[in-house]
Design a binder for this molecule. Structure first.
Ligand code: FE2
Length: 146
């Protein structure tokens, strides 16, 4: 997996970029960075710090918010142990991808928001990716099949 990072805003794209950054609109701003997303040292034995940062994806089929149409509610929570949301240490945003293509960013404010959000997708098929950004500990990722 090739990881590309916008050097202006830190937005992550996978494999290739066509056009400006979809978050900050900067042109020609992506550089390959294999270290852009943190990964646990041992996925079978997560530390508490890793459990506080790795996103948890919960897919709720047919949530009912959009009547008579498919509406798949994709919840993301950070993390298995709830992350802090203080002014000093908080989750800045959660980015969503469908089949590794960026679809949306949700910004979170410290002290007001929980480290969690939801997106209502029309009829997604494939893999959902969530990348959360902690102001102190960088990017962490999780994926789930729909
Ligand atoms: Fe953190």
């Amino acid at each position: 997996m090739k990881t590309l990072e916008c050097k202006v805003c830190g937005h992550i794209e996978f494999e290739e970029v066509n056009g400006p950054c979809l978050v900050c609109r900067a042109e020609n701003a992506f550089v390959e960075n294999a270290e852009a997303i943190n990964s646990p040292a041992d996925p079978a034995a997560l530390t508490d710090a890793e459990k506080k940062h790795i996103p948890q994806i919960v897919i709720v089929k047919e949530c009912g918010l959009i009547p008579d149409e498919c509406c798949t509610d994709v919840h993301v929570r950070v993390g298995e142990i709830k992350h802090l949301m203080t002014k000093e240490h908080f989750i800045r945003y959660i980015d969503y991808y469908l089949n590794r293509k960026f679809i949306s960013r949700v910004w979170l404010s410290p002290e007001v928001c929980n480290p969690a959000c939801a997106l209502h997708l029309a009829d997604p098929k494939g893999t959902i990716t969530a990348i959360e950004n902690c102001n102190l500990h960088g990017n962490w990722m999780a994926e789930a099949k729909i």
